[in-house]
Design a protein around this ligand. Structure first.
Ligand code: GLU
Length: 501
């Protein structure tokens, strides 16, 4: 029987999860579900100095919001828990010891000052200091020092455990996205696996956990590709079967030049984080708070680095599960396009059940202390096509709830002249006399009068819109009149008439 697919998303809780991380989670989820497998969440919090409170909650809240739930993880324990590395601390030591016992790792006693001095000296000579096969015998470690000295140092001084990277081997690595990669082990360094504070480094904890959690596929960001050789060597050193690897392309700035950063979001006025994030003195925008629907974010992220091989662009999460494959993930970086994100959002807003839009808009109005009667459904249907976010109903339609306090200056100059009071007076008369107050009847009567008197539409319709809206925007004028009602429409027209042209 083939092994059950198990993948994990393994973020470090060092701050808000960037959308690149969210995409990694999404691709892991899609891959797991496509193959009937499990999607795990593992919190990699071994580096206490970079730990940020609330970052883990933020990760979980993001996955919940996007409806990509994990099958196992903190708070949802499976048979491989705990799922926070800080709660697995006791476990890693024995694996480091095992590598020492089999000669695959060694103790190193070099102080940070000594290492710094080596680094500086190499730099001065235009070289880079690498701790590995070519110099390890000359440094202070259990490969170079006599046994009594090692014993003494182990008792009395700080030490780390380093991996003894094999010498002179050509590694054949495989990546599901990048294909075959060859690495000469002589170019690698003897990475620290276990720190003097008794904590494992990322590398050791990561592969021990992937092994113990029965991970079959490691799908992660491209920035981890340089660690692949070491990870493969560690699996070999333990004599464990390595999972398959897939390194996802970077998410690039909209210009395509460099990695998308939180600064780009601030400068461009678009979110790069799924949820809003507050620090002591800053607030970073979140897709959720900006009004994006989870469906739009999922669809946008899915296509940021993966392509279906067809022209289709709209995919529900369920459809993505059906069609996703690692083979269709691109190698090249994917440019983040804030406009495209809005385009997806516009689509999903149009698809949304109108009842939800209406109640969302009502909530927004209530937050402004506006409690309208029954016009909201009509207003929503009038504005919907042009709306991308619920907020747009207010941006585009606040005039339905409050009359203009001033008029757009340019439009006023263009639309209003000496004839305007008299013409709008005529319109008022028609409105006053209209009994069946619907946009069709109003349109027929007012247009009929304009045509019959040969005035020219602009001369009437422009000041009329200005009177009702305050500027030259909004849906069909007659539908605005219908929604505003007789009294309010007449009042607004009167307010414009009394202005001096
Ligand atoms: N903790 C690493 C990160 O924050 C995980 C990398 C991996 O998936 O192996 O990205």
């Amino acid at each position: 029987m083939p092994q059950k697919v198990r993948v994990r998303f393994a973020p470090s809780p060092t701050g808000p999860l960037h959308i690149g991380g969210v995409r990694t989670a999404l691709y892991n989820y899609l891959f797991a579900k496509k193959h009937g497998g499990d999607f795990l969440l593992r919190i990699e919090d071994t580096d206490q100095s970079r730990y940020v409170e609330k970052a883990e909650d933020y990760i979980v809240e993001t996955l919940n919001w996007l409806q990509i739930p994990f099958d196992e993880g903190p708070g949802n324990e499976g048979h491989c828990g705990p799922y926070r590395q800080s709660e697995r601390k006791a476990l890693y030591q024995q694996y480091a010891d095992q590598l020492i016992a089999t000669g695959k790792a060694y103790y190193a006693f070099d102080t940070s000052e000594e290492l710094e001095a080596h680094r500086k000296q190499h730099e001065a000579e235009g070289k880079t200091f690498i701790y590995n096969w070519h110099n390890r015998k000359k440094l202070k470690n259990s490969l170079s020092l006599p046994p009594e000295e090692i014993e003494k140092r182990l008792q009395h001084t700080d030490f780390v455990i380093r991996f003894k990277c094999p010498e002179g081997k050509t590694l054949q690595l495989k990546d599901r996205i990048r294909g075959d990669i060859e690495i000469d082990t002589n170019t690698l360094d003897d990475k620290v696996l276990f720190k003097s504070d008794g904590m494992p480094t990322y590398h050791l904890a990561n592969i021990v956990d992937d092994h113990l959690m029965e991970i079959t596929h490691v799908i992660r960001g491209e920035e981890w590709l340089p660690s692949l050789a070491l990870h493969q060597l560690l699996y070999d050193a333990f004599d464990w079967k390595a999972p398959e690897f897939a390194h996802l392309p970077l998410i690039l700035k909209p210009s395509g030049k460099g990695k998308l950063s939180k600064r780009d979001g601030e400068l461009g006025g678009f979110p790069v984080f799924p949820l809003e994030w507050h620090t002591e003195n800053e607030v970073f925008m979140g897709f959720r708070e900006e009004g994006y629907l989870p469906e739009a974010v999922v669809n946008m992220l899915a296509l940021l680095g993966w392509n279906p091989g067809t022209e289709q662009e709209f995919f529900s999460l369920k459809q993505l599960v059906d069609v996703f494959s690692l083979e269709r993930v691109n190698k090249a970086g994917a440019k983040f396009d804030p406009e495209k994100a809005k385009w997806f959002q516009h689509h999903y807003l149009q698809e949304m059940d109108e009842k939800i839009l209406i109640s969302g808009f009502k909530d927004l109005l209530a937050s402004k202390n506006i409690f309208p009667n029954n016009d909201v459904p009509k207003i929503v249907s009038l504005l919907k096509e042009r709306a991308t976010f619920i907020n747009d109903f207010w941006e585009q339609g606040s005039f339905f709830f409050e009359g203009p306090k001033s008029y757009d200056e340019k439009a006023f100059q263009k639309a209003v002249n000496a004839d305007t009071p008299q013409l709008l007076g005529e319109v008022s008369k028609i409105i006053q006399e209209t009994e069946k107050f619907t946009e069709d009847v109003l349109s027929e009567k007012i247009k009929g009068w304009i045509t019959a008197s040969g005035i020219g539409f602009g001369k009437v319709m422009m000041p009329l819109r200005l009177a009702l809206v305050g500027e030259m925007k909004g849906p069909e004028v007659f539908s605005i009149i219908e929604v505003l009602g007789k009294e309010e429409s007449l009042l607004r027209i009167q307010n414009l008439i009394v202005q001096k042209p």
